[in-house]
Design a binder for this molecule. Structure first.
Ligand code: NAD
Length: 443
């Protein structure tokens, strides 16, 4: 049996439960509503921090929510109305920052949760942003490139009343990419009559994007993994890794793990995945996925389901797709020693409790996937200064922030004898609460 790292730093046999801090006893009832789960996580931290009830109440509510219903002329001549959102959770520490999600399943509560998680994430890695998120209810794969461009430009125009380089700065998330950001930036620039690169991040390099941004979230995950495995006495060489989600986060993380010498034994996308006990040829899978779409039909390794992948006996599991993947239903069957959350909200609070009981070491989303927003911060700084850095400098600065943040959170978890999610929240929520208190309540 392998050793794992106890919350108090003592190496011990894997599977022994971590001791519960008083606040961590008892699993909360399961919910698949991400906003309910985000509130639950905040409540646990607020109780532990003995947060002022007024400030707690402020932090429970997004500051501003915009819903837009807007028409798009489709290529077949019909007109369709789409619904989009932009939610700004908190701006106590700076302008709000957060991605745009295009998904048929998105709704206001999901966007609220994602906005709140952005607030904590920016505070945990200590960059001067608050949290926001946006979304459009649509299936981007079912739209033509022209329809996608029209939808993006109209949505950008609709939310232009609340976004801007000093107010709220969007970036890519699920279903959107650098091209989407280019359309948003161009739309805002056309309305203003001048080029406004800093209004979004995650843009193509040609128009003020940052070197290293497209790999940043995946690279940050591997950087965190390196910190964790050192404590576990594991090595990157031959490390058994499974990654759920093969997009900007999961695909890049799988590639960088592979380049670093890890054995990536399974990867999956929405339609299924591939498994090879001896390690998959990730560069070839990326080539296939770029060419043919889904992984499920690729002639490499064996087929595996996206849910089945989560239960593999691996050293490191990276859920990097969507919310609510590790739940009360499957948490008891997770065999990974270490879970590093690439996606936002992949583990429900009930499942968190079960994993903790089972001694599984989890690095939470608000820390693990922050590499993307850190390099988005660098992109914003570069755009505002019109002075650009090379990729080595970007990667080095991002990894320094990720390592420092990991160590801060780890130390908090050891000092307070709590799991890594609560430790991260104790740092993030406190920084935001302190900023709100120092600023005071207007008027
Ligand atoms: P993406 O659209 O590039 O890729 C998403 C991947 O997940 C795709 O491979 C898709 O097929 C897969 N997927 C979708 N539904 C699935 C399901 N039910 N089961 C298994 N796989 C499924 O999105 P992304 O940018 O990689 O984002 C993934 C997650 O990471 C999201 O939770 C997002 O909020 C989070 N995140 C993204 C960034 C970023 O910089 N893009 C930063 C931090 C966090």
């Amino acid at each position: 049996m392998s050793t794992s790292v106890h919350a108090n730093g003592v190496h011990r046999k894997h599977r022994e439960p971590l001791p519960d801090a008083p606040e961590q006893i008892g699993a909360p009832p399961e919910s698949s509503n991400p906003y309910k789960n985000a509130l639950e996580q905040l409540d646990i931290a607020a109780q532990y921090l003995n947060l002022d009830p007024g400030i707690h109440e402020v932090l429970k509510h997004p500051e501003r929510e915009l819903t837009v219903n807007f028409p798009v002329k489709m290529e077949n001549g019909t007109t369709r109305v789409f619904t989009g959102y932009r939610v700004q959770h908190n701006i106590a520490r700076g302008p709000s920052k957060g991605g745009l999600r295009y998904s048929p399943r998105t709704d206001l509560d999901e966007v609220r949760a994602l906005a709140m998680w952005m607030t904590w994430k920016c505070a945990i890695v200590n960059i001067p942003f608050g949290g926001a998120k946006g979304g459009v209810v649509c299936d981007p794969r079912a739209l033509t490139p022209l329809e996608l461009e029209r939808l993006t430009r109209r949505y950008a125009s609709e939310i232009s009343i609340v976004i801007g380089e000093h107010t709220d700065i969007p970036a890519p998330d699920m279903g959107t990419n650098a091209q989407t950001m280019a359309w948003v930036m161009d739309t805002i620039s056309m309305a203003r009559g001048h080029t406004a690169p800093a209004v979004v991040t995650g843009k193509p390099i040609a128009i003020g994007g940052s070197e290293g941004r497209s790999d940043a979230t995946g690279r940050g995950i591997v950087c965190i993994a390196l910190e964790v495995i050192k404590e576990f006495g594991l090595k990157m060489d031959g490390l058994r890794v499974a990654v759920q989600g093969f997009g900007n986060v999961g695909g890049v993380a799988a590639r960088i793990f592979h380049e670093a010498g890890a054995k990536v034994v399974a990867v999956s996308d929405a339609l299924g995945g591939r498994y090879d006990e001896n390690g998959l040829d990730i560069p070839r899978l990326i080539q296939y996925a770029n060419r043919d779409g889904s992984l499920s039909e690729q002639p490499i390794g064996e087929a595996i389901g996206a849910k089945e992948l989560l239960e593999l006996d691996v050293d490191v599991l990276v859920p990097a797709a969507i919310e609510n993947q590790i739940t009360a239903e499957n948490a008891a069957r997770i065999k990974a020693k270490i879970v590093i959350e690439g996606a936002n909200g992949p583990t429900t609070p009930t499942a968190d409790h079960i994993l903790r009981e089972r001694g599984i070491f989890l690095v939470p989303d608000v820390l693990a996937n922050a590499g993307g927003v850190v390099v988005s911060y660098f992109e914003w700084v570069q755009d505002l200064q019109c002075f650009f850095w090379d990729e080595a400098e970007v990667n080095e600065k991002m990894q320094a922030i990720m390592r420092r943040s990991y160590r801060d959170v780890r130390q908090m978890s050891l000092d307070k004898k709590v799991d890594m999610r609560l430790a991260a929240y104790l740092i993030g929520v406190k920084r935001v609460a302190d900023a709100a208190l120092i600023r005071g309540i207007f008027p």
